[in-house]
Design a protein around this ligand. Structure first.
Ligand code: GLN
Length: 301
């Protein structure tokens, strides 16, 4: 694993850290850590595995699983579609294509905001607490919390996400005020953990929603399957097609440089490498997964 990390690291220079959320500019582009979590509890890791990073868009797959468990498929897919887009994650372009308008999938920001809107609770605090408790269970780590600095930084600058919310509100897809939803969404994106926690969450998806470490059936298998399918079709934004061909592992990325991957029935993978390519995916993370997938024939196809 150490060798793979050394091979992938030089690619950091071809990318750059996310800068549209000011607090993310502080990340070191040369950081790279990876953990692989097996069902028997074996963890193989390399890099600075204690380094924490925020989930950003990786949180979309967790929120989706949670809302599907709470509200059921029928209600969720009334508000958000199942089709990939070839557009960037924050694009507003395709929103009007469907009549009545509906975000194409839950992995683009518009769809993710509609999903976060469906997290139940009396107020933002209770809704966030419920989601965070779910994250604790998935990762088997109740110390996980969120970065106030990153949440605040995104909240202050999320003008495009606010526009997406107003669009959704205009068309009746959300019916709450935009500011509390932005508060909840930016906290959700700022949930922070290390690559070992991330790999453990990947393991739960890999094992169809069952946590083999605690013997805990966390989510119904069909919900884990829906999530993995979205990871394949839209998990790497508009690079999902190329990623499926070159690597072939269900995965979800975030602009913090994180990638959560689930090799069905085998293991979970968590990676943090903040240098991003032009589509917003970790450039060193993708390189690492490519090396792993080729060496160990991990493609599901
Ligand atoms: N919080 C980020 C945003 O909404 C997440 C995006 C991402 O990771 N691609 O812009």
């Amino acid at each position: 694993m150490q060798q793979f990390v050394e091979q992938a690291k030089p690619y950091a220079k071809y990318g750059k850290v996310a800068d549209y959320i000011p607090a993310l500019r502080k990340a070191d582009p040369n950081d790279l850590s990876i953990a692989i979590y097996a069902p028997d509890g074996t963890v193989v890791c390399a890099g600075d595995t204690q380094e924490k990073a925020t989930l950003q868009s990786i949180s979309k797959i967790i929120a989706l699983a949670f809302v599907l468990m709470n509200r059921g498929e029928e209600e969720v897919f009334k508000k958000v579609g199942m089709e990939p887009t070839g557009d960037p994650f924050n694009s507003i372009a395709k929103l009007e294509e469907k009549q009545p308008p509906k975000p194409l999938n839950p992995m683009i920001n518009a769809g993710a905001l509609a999903v976060t809107h469906m997290i139940d609770g009396a107020d933002v605090d209770e809704r966030f607490h419920r989601l965070l408790t779910f994250v604790h269970r998935l990762a088997g780590d109740s110390a996980i919390t969120y970065s106030k600095e990153v949440a605040q930084s995104e909240f202050e600058t999320a003008f495009l996400n606010r526009s997406l919310c107003y669009f959704l509100k205009q068309h009746g897809i959300i019916d709450e005020d935009v500011e509390p939803l932005m508060d909840l969404y930016t906290k959700q994106c700022a949930i922070e953990m290390n690559c070992i926690d991330l790999a453990r969450i990947g393991l739960v998806f890999a094992m169809d929603g069952f946590d083999p470490i605690q013997n805990d059936p966390i989510m119904p298998p069909h919900i884990a399957r829906i999530c993995k399918t979205f990871m394949v079709t839209c998990g790497m934004y508009n690079a999902s097609g190329e990623f499926a061909i070159k690597i072939g592992i269900p995965a979800k990325s975030g602009v913090s440089g994180g990638i959560l991957a689930a090799v069905p029935g085998r293991f979970g993978i968590g990676i943090f490498g903040p240098s991003l390519d032009e589509k917003g995916n970790s450039i060193t993370g993708i390189k690492l997964l490519e090396l792993l997938s080729k060496t160990y024939s991990l493609s599901i196809f």
